[in-house]
Write a protein that binds this ligand. Structure first.
Ligand code: SF4
Ligand code: SF4
Length: 263
């Protein structure tokens, strides 16, 4: 069942894989901004919560032809999200003001249908009550709620920053539904030291993302599935673009490391 609808504003991201160094600053910024609790065993990839996760891609060639790329992976905020129609309690919806796929924690019953439906493995189940080791609770921010055990959570493009930007526009006589490019920026984009993450309204031709998403070097992850992600990847390296289809050309799938919370 398709839930695809057109909205006036479509927030999206373009990620330049030739600029990403795999430093992980986006992952750390996301954890702190969204009060994502550390799990008791961070090495248990079936239990960790990583709304933003940097994957390593390799071209599988030997030196001197060996090459590597790093792929930061937030929620794709699909235009046609497979996670939304499967939810039996409407705990996840497509936001009409920005095209962001929301998660309504108090409604979620933890059935995990949405996790099974998402082809990008971006949804995470809370196996534990959120707890911060002594001293680390000082990193908690007032911008985001914490989530209880038993519900699913995921990246929402720092939706609270969108709300704050709209409020600021209203208070200063601006137009909340026509925000400037720098009025709303998610934490990961702000933290990236190389400018590999670019954010904006894909429908506003004055925003960089609108232009970059149409570049010949831009492509979406697993396009053939029809989810129409609002996240685009860019690279001048053909092997990197090929890997976005998870297809190595010989019928095999691989070269990607990372992932978790789907055990
Ligand atoms: S886990 Fe929560 S959000 Fe996901 S389908 Fe079930 S009730 Fe809906
Ligand atoms: S990436 Fe997954 S969770 Fe995010 S909107 Fe698409 S299907 Fe839903």
């Amino acid at each position: 069942m398709s839930v695809q609808r057109e909205f006036h504003t479509k927030w999206g991201m373009v990620i330049d894989l030739d600029k990403c160094t795999g430093c992980g600053a986006c992952m750390v910024a996301c954890q702190v901004e969204n009060n994502i609790a550390p799990t008791p065993d961070a090495s248990d990839m079936t239990r960790v919560l990583t709304w933003m996760l940097v994957y390593k891609l390799e071209n599988k060639q030997k030196f001197p032809n060996y090459d590597v790329a790093y792929l930061p992976r937030p929620c794709m905020q699909c235009e046609n999200p497979s996670c939304v129609p499967v939810c039996p309690v409407v705990a996840t919806t497509k936001d009409e003001e920005g095209g962001i796929v929301s998660q309504i924690y108090p409604r979620c019953i933890g059935c995990r249908y949405c996790m099974a439906a998402c082809p990008y493995h971006v949804r995470y189940f809370n196996w534990f009550d959120p707890q911060w080791p002594a001293g680390m609770e000082k990193t908690l921010t007032p911008f985001s709620s914490t989530r209880p055990r038993g519900v699913v959570e995921k990246c929402h493009f720092c939706h609270h920053r969108f709300m704050a930007a709209k409020e600021k526009a209203r208070a200063t006589g601006g137009e909340p539904m026509k925000l400037a490019e720098d009025a709303y920026i998610p934490a990961c984009v702000e933290a990236c030291p190389t400018g590999a993450l670019i954010f904006g309204n894909l429908k506003d031709p004055t925003h960089q993302v609108a232009k970059l998403s149409h570049s010949k070097n831009a492509k979406r992850l697993l396009e053939r599935l029809g989810g129409k992600p609002q996240v685009y990847y860019m690279s001048k390296r053909q092997w990197v673009l090929d890997m976005l289809d998870n297809d190595l050309g010989d019928g095999s799938h691989g070269g990607v490391t990372g992932g978790g919370n789907h055990g």
